[in-house]
Design a protein around this ligand. Structure first.
Ligand code: NAD
Length: 416
């Protein structure tokens, strides 16, 4: 018997419309694509596989043996009966194809992960700086321009970084994107909200602050609906979906350029390398577990901004830690030594970092914290694949300025 859909059904159906995942072969994109697919969305992955090519350029590979994208997709379909569509497309260069894709798919949301995301890689050489800017800025601009040209009312969910705020906060807790400031008008104080002043610490972070300006403009001029997720450093490696089969395993970056700090420490411990602290280790950073990343993106899609609402900004991070505290924790868990190196970055040696993240908590996020046992899972993965680690690639060989000293091997010198 035919029944009309009640309000709940209508919402459920709308929630299951098509979603495009740009950068869906990457570390955050692949588990997100699987989660959205398992939630019942029709997922279209777009990726030019540039991250796999950068592995070849750097002479290393994911700690975990990731499968080619077509095999990943085949296995997912066999296990779940759900299809994933894949397009090998460079969003920074193939604009007409991107417009055509949006016009054909007519997605409810586009999740945008497709950028060069390693700060050290972006600082390696003039070529790497220019590649990062060309790729990230053109890619983001093409997506916005294509959404407007297509005429489709898409909700764009972008992965930004907590690094856009810089790491000196003048003692305040970093708000979610907008800062209330007092200005004096005709002798009277008035409070106004402005976008938080950008303070990038690398070429990569600079591209993310420029992305934010592109969002601001297209939202103001064309009413494009945007959520910008200012994400902390991601740790962990697997989600419920990537654990379903060995072919679905997620990538795990461990070397000096792409490895994120906690994951790097855990791999260093697994291969018997001292934990590499650059500088004092007093740098404080914001963190999030990969499983919370995936959950936050799903929540952001379920709670889109209204038409004509300003860019919605979330701080997608669940806790903050000093680098040396993390090293001490890993050393305690694994028995590893700690070694300090000259910092190749041009940054403050110590900083405080207090952040607001209440929007995701109010939407129901129940954060995974370091204390919750998932470190053991990463330690187990690091141990299982330690033979795949090339010790020569553990130290970063990028530096922020030519006058920062390196040792004879071209890597950061051990601090006396
Ligand atoms: N990993 C983290 O700790 C972290 C932290 C904060 C923010 N982020 C942000 O999240 C996003 C995803 O990060 P990730 O760790 O998954 O990175 P990743 O490098 O693993 O994934 C990015 C994917 O995008 C693809 N890509 C890059 N440029 C492209 C282009 N022009 N056209 C099509 N595909 C392209 C790559 O091939 C790769 O598969 C990035 O924008 C990053 O800035 C990541």
């Amino acid at each position: 018997m035919y029944q009309t859909a009640n309000q709940e059904d209508v919402h459920r159906m709308a929630d299951r419309e098509k979603i495009v995942v740009l950068g869906g072969d990457g570390f955050c994109g692949w588990p997100t694509a699987l989660r959205l697919s398992s939630e019942g969305h029709e997922v279209v992955i777009v990726d030019n596989l540039s991250r796999r090519k950068i592995d070849i350029e750097l002479g290393c590979e994911s700690l975990t043996p990731i499968q080619p994208i077509d095999r990943r997709i085949r296995t997912w379909q066999t296990l779940t009966g759900k299809t994933l569509e894949f397009h090998n497309l460079n969003i920074a260069e193939e604009y007409p194809a991107l417009v055509q894709l949006i016009e054909t798919v007519r997605p409810k949301a586009i999740v945008h992960f497709a950028e060069q995301r390693a700060a050290p890689y972006s600082m390696k050489s003039p070529r790497h700086k220019r590649y990062t800017v060309d790729n990230n800025i053109n890619g983001t601009h093409n997506v916005l321009c294509a959404i407007v040209e297509s005429g489709v009312d898409v909700h764009l969910v972008h992965l930004g970084t907590m690094g856009v705020y810089g790491y000196g906060t003048a003692g305040l807790s970093i708000p979610e994107g907008y800062l209330t400031v007092k200005v004096e008008v005709d002798g009277t104080d008035r409070a106004i909200e402005i976008p938080y002043p950008p303070h990038p610490g690398s070429i990569y972070h600079m591209t993310k602050t420029l992305d934010a300006l592109l969002f601001y403009y297209y939202n103001k001029n064309d009413d494009v609906r945007v959520t910008d997720l200012h994400q902390g450093v991601v740790w962990g490696t697997n989600t419920e979906e990537t654990l379903l089969h060995a072919d679905l395993v997620n990538r795990f970056d461990w070397e000096g350029d792409y490895g994120t700090v906690l994951n790097r420490f855990l791999v260093q411990a697994a291969v018997g390398h001292p934990l590499t602290i650059y500088g004092s280790g007093g740098q404080t950073r914001a963190f999030i577990h990969l499983r919370d990343t995936v959950r936050c993106i799903s929540l952001a899609i379920q709670h889109p901004p209204a038409r004509k609402q300003r860019v919605k900004i979330f701080n997608q991070a669940t806790e903050t830690h000093r680098v040396r505290t993390l090293a001490e924790l890993v050393a305690e868990l694994t028995g590893a030594d700690i070694r300090h190196y000259v910092n190749p970055r041009n940054e403050a040696s110590d900083n405080e970092l207090v952040i607001h993240n209440k929007q995701f908590l109010e939407l129901g996020l129940n954060p995974i914290t370091l204390s919750e046992g998932l470190l053991q899972e990463v330690i187990e993965v690091a141990g299982r694949y330690r033979e795949r680690v090339d010790a020569a690639k553990i130290l970063a060989d990028s530096r922020w300025r030519a006058d920062i000293p390196l040792d004879r091997e071209g890597t950061p010198a051990v601090q006396p």
